[in-house]
Design a protein around this ligand. Structure first.
Ligand SMILES: *[C@@H]1O[C@H](CO)[C@@H](O)[C@H](O)[C@H]1NC(C)=O
Length: 211
């Protein structure tokens, strides 16, 4: 019974170890390929970064450019109150104060118009289009003060979401590495127990054969 459980532990450990290799591989691959550099564009005199869809891999861009996918994500963002929380948090900011805030990728990409649009700040989610603004960025035309529209149709919002996913994958990769180290320890302990058990049996057998 003891030997059986040891064998079982050894086999299970080995299978889990083998399974963890592709998971770890996928994590590392996604870190290096699926997501390019990303990380957002640093703006002068702004506390936040802005996100461009073009900085992410074509494969990821295709996923978020799919209208069906994006509509689902968009309703999640609205239901998740990403931008209403953002508005509540920075509501009392003056424009100068607002520009110094450190915003998350989703807040920066989805809840406010791009800096280059040159819109006038009223509140974090209320901006007035100015006649002098002449940006060719399609995100500027996509902006609307309606809480259910804001910049949810902007490329910057899609980029912000991808940046969010990228940071999640980084966490997955870290968790994977910790898990793998844990498995290696468990596996080597399992192996030792198995080997010791066999040695004990051998000792017992030889003792029995040669009294
Ligand atoms: C935005 O601010 C303007 C000016 O204060 C106001 O008239 C308008 O109703 C606001 N829009 C929204 C959606 O809150």
């Amino acid at each position: 019974m003891f030997r059986l459980s040891n064998n079982l532990v050894g086999i299970l450990n080995f299978i889990t170890f083998l399974l963890s290799i592709p998971i770890l591989g996928a994590g590392i691959w996604l870190r290096n390929h699926v997501t390019n550099k990303g990380a957002g564009q640093v703006l002068s005199e702004r506390g936040y970064k802005e996100y461009r869809l073009g900085d992410y891999s074509h494969w990821l861009q295709k996923r978020v450019n799919n209208t069906k996918n994006w509509n689902k994500i968009k309703s999640c963002l609205i239901d998740g109150k990403v931008c209403s929380d953002f508005n509540d948090k920075y509501l009392n900011d003056t424009v100068t104060k607002f520009y110094t805030e450190h915003l998350s990728a989703l807040q920066s990409g989805c809840c406010k118009p791009a800096d280059e649009c040159g819109f006038e700040y009223v509140s974090p989610t209320n901006w007035t289009s100015t006649t002098t603004a002449s940006s060719t960025n399609p995100d500027c035309a996509a902006w609307n003060n309606d809480p259910n529209t804001l910049c949810f149709n902007c490329n910057s919002c899609k980029a912000g979401l991808l940046d969010n996913i990228k940071s999640d994958w980084k966490k997955v990769a870290v968790v994977n590495i910790i898990f793998l180290i844990f498995l290696i320890i468990v596996y080597s302990v399992g192996c030792c127990a198995f080997r010791n058990n066999r040695r004990d049996n051998n000792a017992y057998n030889s003792g029995w054969k040669h009294p």
